[in-house]
Design a protein around this ligand. Structure first.
Ligand code: GLU
Length: 443
């Protein structure tokens, strides 16, 4: 069946430039047009199931009240309870949360994790709050959302500027409200509350496994592959570290303030150590606890994106590669650890340039895959070993990558389109299994 639903038209009233959901739907529509995707599937994904918005407040340490906009979107539950992180960031708005929830829907479907997609967030600069204010905010969020989330309906997890400590507070608040023990209501918790080993590093590890899978296909000599990583958060830093350990040459990394670049390669472990100590990104080499600056150049984030490297890893925020700067990209491969770092309009420019993109819904799926393992452990009352988690994570990533690769090669479509096709086919199967379309079509 050919696609009759035009998601672009349905959202034409939205401002495309700063509306992440509109951009996500344009891409979905465009990809679905190339592929033989059922109009029912596209229709089902054209709007979120439901979004809860709330105006939550906390008492600040100085006694004053502060108010924040909070959101939780359950985008689609065809494949299971909805799943997705909660981010604390000033950019959070309804459109961003809904776009991210759509991507969670596609991500879980693409890697065959039995969850639907969700996302939540608070519009806040988390760095401006004390630890106690952050705890009050996390608990306030759960008080607003307690009837919307649940172990079999919607399961949150960490995202930008939230971590296992925040998840621990949230689980505790949920259990207090519901008067039950419910470790399976949230993933990415501290180990002592039923968190899973391997969850913290899972996003970066998943991206690294994708790059290793590509390296095999391409017969890469790793020491000749140069890498630039934009964003030195959990996913970006972990992936950079694994790449360097495996022999790749990581020549540039950045944080929100700027980038450091050395064509000889950076020592990621030293940079991580220094960042944890001084909270600054410095091009250092450390022996034991003694660190020395090494020769390097300071670049802007924009300059990092245009570096002449083999692999570019945007691991910071959405929309960093757009129509305006896609032409400047020199890397042959982009690995999207951030959600939505490349805008829909930039896709065709990168395609023309022959850039190979491992899309976010595969490259950063390691996080939700291990979240799924955590949920399984909680529901079965089990604790898996690190080896079990690592082996299973690698199985899931390799299967999804291989399926996408086969489709990419056999039908000559981009890897993004191939992974989207994988996700959309699985969602189509669920729609058919749920409903009576086949019966009516047959008649
Ligand atoms: N926030 C992560 C993501 O964007 C993880 C979500 C989860 O573990 O549920 O994929």
């Amino acid at each position: 069946m050919t696609t009759k639903v035009d998601l672009k038209d349905q959202h034409s009233e939205r401002e495309m430039d700063n509306d992440l959901l509109a951009d996500a739907l344009v891409r979905l529509s465009t990809i679905a047009k190339h592929l033989n995707i059922s109009s029912h599937t596209l229709q089902a994904l054209s709007q979120p199931l439901c979004t809860l918005t709330s105006y939550i407040s906390i008492r600040k340490d100085n006694g004053e009240s502060a108010y924040f906009k909070a959101y939780r979107c359950r985008y689609n539950s065809l494949l299971g309870p909805t799943k997705g992180g909660i981010r604390f960031h000033p950019s959070v708005d309804q459109s961003e949360v809904e776009a991210l929830a759509l991507w969670m829907t596609l991500k879980c479907a693409a890697v065959n994790v039995p969850f639907g997609g969700a996302k939540g967030g608070i519009s806040v600069n988390a760095k401006s709050l004390s630890a106690l204010e952050l705890e009050r905010l996390s608990r306030s969020y759960v008080r607003a959302m307690a009837d919307f989330i649940g172990p079999q309906t919607d399961i949150p997890a960490p995202d930008m500027y939230t971590n296992e400590r925040v998840m621990g507070w949230m689980m505790d608040e949920y259990e207090t409200i519901k008067r039950v023990k419910a470790p399976d209501v949230i993933t990415g918790k501290p180990l002592v509350f039923g968190g899973s080993v391997g969850r913290t590093g899972a996003t970066g590890t998943g991206a690294f496994l994708c790059i290793e899978a590509l390296a095999k296909k391409r017969n890469w000599q790793k020491h000749k592959q140069t890498v630039a990583v934009q964003g030195f958060g959990n996913g970006g830093a972990q992936c950079a570290l694994l790449l360097q350990k495996a022999g790749y040459k990581v020549v540039a990394v950045s944080d929100s303030k700027g980038a450091i670049y050395s064509p000889e390669g950076l020592d990621i472990l030293s940079i991580l150590y220094e960042k944890q100590k001084s909270r600054q990104l410095k091009a250092v080499y450390c022996e034991n606890s003694v660190c020395e600056l090494v020769s390097h150049k300071v670049l802007t984030n924009e300059e990092l994106l245009a570096l002449d490297v083999d692999i570019l890893i945007p691991a910071a925020v959405a929309g960093v590669i757009t129509e305006a700067n896609a032409g400047l990209v020199k890397a042959g491969t982009i690995v999207e650890i951030a959600n939505g770092p490349v805008s829909a309009a930039a896709d065709s420019i990168l395609h023309e340039k022959g850039v190979f993109v491992i899309p976010d819904i595969l490259a950063n799926a390691g996080g939700v895959i291990v979240s799924y393992f955590e949920w399984c452990q909680n529901r079965q009352g089990e604790l898996w070993s690190e080896e079990q988690v690592t082996t299973k994570l690698s199985d899931y990533i390799h299967k999804a990558f291989e399926q996408g690769w086969q489709r990419h090669v056999s039908t000559n479509i981009d890897m993004r389109d191939a992974i989207y096709a994988q996700a959309l086919e699985r969602l189509t199967l669920a729609i058919e299994a749920h409903g009576t379309h086949d019966y009516f079509n047959a008649n």
